[in-house]
Write a protein that binds this ligand. Structure first.
Ligand code: ADP
Ligand code: ASP
Ligand code: MG
Length: 421
């Protein structure tokens, strides 16, 4: 059987008629090379943002089920238009909604998880020699409602389909040439990484490098999907995400990532007894809010109240506040404060596991720029600092420079401070 590939085009790559035609010809080129093609498309340009704004114009708290009905339309438009363009190039294409493509999700509206892919209709269409276009970012829930997969979710649609149909590769076509050592919009000298391990890519996606949605990386790793992230505007190869055992390079530091789309919640006057943290974070989990860095200050004297702070995605802030209100009364928490102006910078590299000097160098770099660190969290291959959001670009540039990530030759694993040979 010929190779099957999945090609995913992001919003910027299908933003206008010209770009849709360009995506169509790229798809056709693969078909003419003898491959069977499933293409996943995102909504055009800023369509998803515009749809969200439309909902907020009519309702301060849009119903999540109706929100998904609305948001799913953006990717359907792209697919129908691209199918028309492909037909005009003399090939046969069919566009499908997520539901028609057999993407089954749980019932968490606006953040649904894919639980099954029933790809028989896609397989049938491929057997009939059709190019299949699937609307990204959406599925149908186990209670038969339209769902969406969270911002950036078309990446996950593409990976899930690649796994279900056994594609050779899942290609993510986007507006940058691959995965870089930092967001190239913030660091123009950032270096394109020819390959990155799943382990590092997961940390990068989790800490703000939105070039691949976190869930798509998790899904690809679990299902053994080969991911290739590349430019939709030029032909050159991009970044391949590979298993740790296949990695050729073992850099000390691979990338600097950042996020300004987080907020901090601080609870003061929190009773200091067992079960309190459990009640707070259970309420947040039940509201589907993903909590990141958590800091709890122990009271200095026994019986006094504690303070708990944590960060959360800005889009979850309202849901978190609602979830905490009943807990506040129940536990007798004195105050709940929110700070939407925080940002986070993170440094990621599999080589730092065995090198104790990295954290010190990160803190020194931020100190020389007079950037105050408000919270710190770490994993074996990541150090994250919460700082003021306005300081984020400077912090990213300073860290990128301090760890010499622009160099053509990757900084090899070696003790901090030791000169490269
Ligand atoms: P698409 O619409 O194609 O899905 P996204 O906007 O979701 O594209 O992701 C691509 C964007 O991710 C780039 O334009 C870039 O600004 C941003 N980005 C952030 N960090 C990185 C990184 N480390 N490497 C590449 N791109 C990054
Ligand atoms: N259109 C959706 C978004 O803007 C999904 C995606 O682009 O992957 O988040
Ligand atoms: Mg994206």
């Amino acid at each position: 059987m010929p190779d099957t590939i999945v090609m995913k085009f992001g919003g910027t790559s299908v933003a206008d008629a010209e770009r849709i035609k360009r995506a169509a010809s790229r798809i056709v080129k693969q078909r003419e090379a003898g491959r069977r093609v499933v293409a996943v498309l995102s909504a055009r340009g800023k369509t998803t943002d515009e749809l969200i704004a439309m909902a907020e114009e009519v309702s301060p708290r849009p119903d999540p089920r109706e929100m998904d009905m609305l948001l799913s339309t953006g990717e359907r438009i792209s697919c129908a238009l691209c199918a028309m363009a492909i037909n005009d190039l003399g090939h046969r294409a069919i566009s499908l909604t997520g539901s028609q493509a057999g993407i089954v999700t749980d019932t968490s509206h606006t953040k649904a998880r894919i639980i099954d892919v029933r790809a028989d209709r896609i397989r049938q269409a491929l057997d009939d020699d059709l190019i299949v276009l699937v609307a990204g970012f959406q599925g149908v829930s186990t209670s038969r409602d339209v769902t969406t997969l969270g911002r950036g979710g078309s990446d996950t649609t593409a990976v899930a389909l690649a796994a279900a149909i056994g594609a050779e590769v899942c290609e993510i076509y986007t507006d940058v040439a691959g995965v870089f050592s930092a967001d190239p919009r913030v660091v123009p000298t950032a270096r394109k990484l020819p390959q990155v391990s799943f382990e590092e890519m997961l940390e990068m996606a989790a800490s703000g490098a939105k070039v691949l949605q976190l869930r798509s990386v998790e899904y690809a790793r679990t299902h053994g999907v080969r991911l290739h992230c590349r430019s939709s505007f030029e032909e050159s190869p991009g970044t391949v995400v590979i298993g740790e055992d296949e990695t050729m390079e073992h850099p000390l530091i691979t990338a600097v990532t950042h996020s300004t789309e987080e907020a901090r919640i601080t609870l003061t006057g929190v009773p200091d007894r067992p079960g309190v943290a459990a009640a707070i974070f259970r309420a947040l989990a039940d509201a589907n809010c993903n909590v990141d860095t958590i800091i709890q200050n122990e009271p200095r004297e026994e019986g006094r109240d504690a303070e708990v702070s944590f960060t959360i995605a800005s889009e979850d802030l309202r849901a978190a506040e609602r979830a905490l209100e009943p807990i506040r009364a129940e536990l007798g928490i004195a105050a709940i404060d929110t700070d939407p102006e925080i940002g986070k910078v993170s440094i990621i590299g599999a080589g730092m596991r065995s090198h104790p000097g990295v954290a010190a160098q990160v803190f020194e770099t931020l100190a020389t720029r007079e950037i105050n660190i408000e919270m710190i969290s770490t994993s074996p291959i990541k150090i994250s600092c919460v700082i003021r959001s306005e300081a984020v670009p400077e912090a990213v540039q300073a860290l990128h420079e301090a760890f010499e990530l622009s160099l053509a030759e990757v900084q090899r694993e070696r003790p901090i401070g030791q000169e490269a040979r």
